[in-house]
Design a protein around this ligand. Structure first.
Ligand code: FES
Ligand code: FES
Length: 174
């Protein structure tokens, strides 16, 4: 069955007609040519396809596009719409937080979404006191980013990059 939907992708309204079984990931990559979002495992295990859906980080390979008609999608591309590097992307560069870079768009998008969750007081499994405001130490960052795998194992520098971005953050980070 076909469905016609509209998504706002990286600030631009896009209309498409797709099979109702199409995921957000395939809608982006195969129908809208948005290739900054990566397909790693295609079944929710690697985090490469992470996008912000209405501001919340979401695995695009596990989300049906028809369920998001009218929603806003932000990919790694959309984090710097004016062509300027996003502060999180700069932090990854400064900390040498990637090797092949395949997972990097998902890592950066996830990190930006994660900092929003921290700001909103969401606890993680690493929190020792779930009622207290989150303290974003390395264990917390590792736990909160555990859905994003890096086959090159650049994890130490990824945690450093996020730690540095968080320490330096101001309103421009999100
Ligand atoms: S491609 Fe979506 S989690 Fe791996
Ligand atoms: S930098 Fe290669 S998969 Fe992460």
């Amino acid at each position: 069955m076909k469905a016609s939907i509209t998504l706002t992708v990286d600030g631009r309204e896009r209309s498409l007609t797709i099979d109702s079984r199409t995921t957000v990931l395939d809608a982006l990559r195969e129908h809208l040519d948005v290739t900054s979002v990566k397909k790693g495992c295609d079944h929710g295990q690697c985090g490469s396809c992470t996008v912000l859906l209405n501001g919340r980080r979401t695995l695009a390979c596990l989300s049906l596009a028809v369920a998001h008609d009218g929603d806003e999608v932000v990919t790694a591309d959309g984090l710097a719409p004016e062509g300027e590097r996003h502060a999180m992307a700069q932090a990854f560069l400064d900390a040498d937080a990637y090797q092949c870079g395949y997972c990097t768009p998902g890592q950066i998008t996830s990190a930006v979404g994660m900092l929003g969750e921290v700001d909103n007081g969401h606890p993680s499994a690493a929190a020792t006191d779930v009622a207290a405001p989150p303290r974003l130490d390395r264990a917390e960052i590792a736990e909160r980013m555990s859905g994003n795998l890096c086959r090159c194992a650049a994890y130490a520098n990824i945690v450093t990059a996020i730690e540095n971005a968080h320490a330096a953050q101001d309103g421009a980070l999100r």
